[in-house]
Ligand binder design. Structure first.
Ligand code: TXA
Ligand code: MG
Length: 341
């Protein structure tokens, strides 16, 4: 166990400079610090320091072959990590940075080898969050940061989630309140002529296509037989404490599945849109929100909310795959132990 220092900077009008300065010093001295971004909380370490990066893998219990995203404050810093940028990447950078988009590019070897898990490419992202921005600016090094959860669990969208998973295993936690977007960044492979989405996320396929024309989706995302290009996408992920059943269809169909589970003697918890939640009865329901953006924002908190002591199974509505719904459904399908189409 190590002591985890926690700074509450949620209510600071001007972000508490001393807390972020202290956190940046910890990063520079080879320690791990969790911090908020606009997507989920990240667990950061100096990406140029192999021993520091190793601490991330250890704290999370992360498989060694799963590469990390390098976070930087500016486009100039991004350029220092990669070989050359295809022209379309410049357009994407102009429109979507800072923001929930991770560029996979040819690495120039500036980061430690364990950041990229031995790959010749590196994922780089410029987060759009004032705390992350200030921290990266003060640290003045690229910061490797996966989501700040124990490997396999839902990603953390507030500091409580990080604390629950990692206190005693990391040096610091900057508590900047809930994150916002709620699902992770879109990971896009920019090493080919046509960009390929490796992980759907905060920036949608339609948004990307409006800037660069055709965008492909890694076939490994849709078909279980194909191996995903992004190492992280092959693992079971985002798992709640109790089994999750993903059910497509109307409120009536979801109710029928709830009834069936209850007749078997199972205690059921439900995650649904506000509209569907209102129509369900005799069951504990958590509404995730009235639209796909709210649902994305509340998704991981919802997945963490139901505990083993209270429920035996979670039944979750299958949502539309439009826009950010693609990322939401990608995560839910991975979290689910059963899918009823
Ligand atoms: O929103 C986010 O991206 C958050 C915040 C903290 O920035 N980070 C995050 O990191 O979700 P992580 O490690 O939980 O997920 C990164 C994903 C993994 O699926 C990993 O395999 C993939 O990105 N990835 C990283 N570098 C890659 C590379 N060079 N080639 C292919 N996939 C890569
Ligand atoms: Mg993750």
């Amino acid at each position: 166990m190590i002591e985890t220092k926690r700074w509450n900077i949620r209510n600071d009008q001007v972000y508490n400079k001393h807390a972020i300065e202290e956190a940046a010093r910890l990063l520079k001295s080879g320690k791990t610090v969790a911090f908020p971004t606009e997507t989920v909380y990240g667990l950061g370490a100096d990406a140029t320091n192999e021993a520091a990066v190793a601490k991330i893998f250890k704290a999370k219990g992360r498989p060694q072959d799963n590469p990390l995203i390098a976070h930087v404050a500016t486009v100039e810093q991004l350029r220092r990590l990669v070989d050359n940028l295809p022209a379309y990447v410049e357009n994407l950078i102009n429109v979507f940075t800072p923001g929930p988009l991770t560029f996979v590019l040819k690495s120039n070897g500036a980061c430690a080898a364990n950041v990229t898990a031995g790959l010749s490419t590196i994922g780089v992202r410029i987060p759009d969050h004032p705390v992350a921005h200030k921290l990266l600016q003060l640290a003045d090094v690229p910061v490797a940061a996966p989501s700040a959860n124990v490997s396999g669990r839902p990603s953390p969208t507030n500091a409580e989630h990080v604390w629950e998973d990692l206190h005693g295993k990391i040096a610091g936690l900057l508590d900047g309140g809930p994150t916002g977007v709620g699902v992770e960044s879109t990971v896009i492979d920019c090493t080919q002529d046509i960009p390929i989405i490796l992980r759907p996320g905060g920036v949608t396929k339609q948004q990307l296509e409006s800037v660069v024309g055709t965008v492909m989706i890694d076939p490994g995302l849709a078909h279980e037989k194909e191996k995903p290009k992004s190492p992280g996408m092959k693992y079971r992920h985002y798992s709640p404490e109790v089994p999750l059943m993903l059910v497509a269809g109307t409120a009536a169909r979801i109710q029928a599945n709830i009834d069936e589970q209850q007749i078997k003697g199972n205690r059921v918890g439900v995650l649904a849109s506000e509209q569907v939640a209102k129509q369900l009865h005799h069951v504990e329901v958590r509404s995730l929100g009235a639209n796909l953006h709210e649902i994305a924002s509340n998704l991981y908190d919802g997945l963490r909310a139901f505990k083993q002591r209270d429920v035996d199974v979670i039944i979750c509505e299958a949502f539309s795959e439009d826009g950010i719904g693609q990322a939401v459904m990608n995560r839910l399908k991975k979290a689910a132990s059963r899918i009823i189409r």
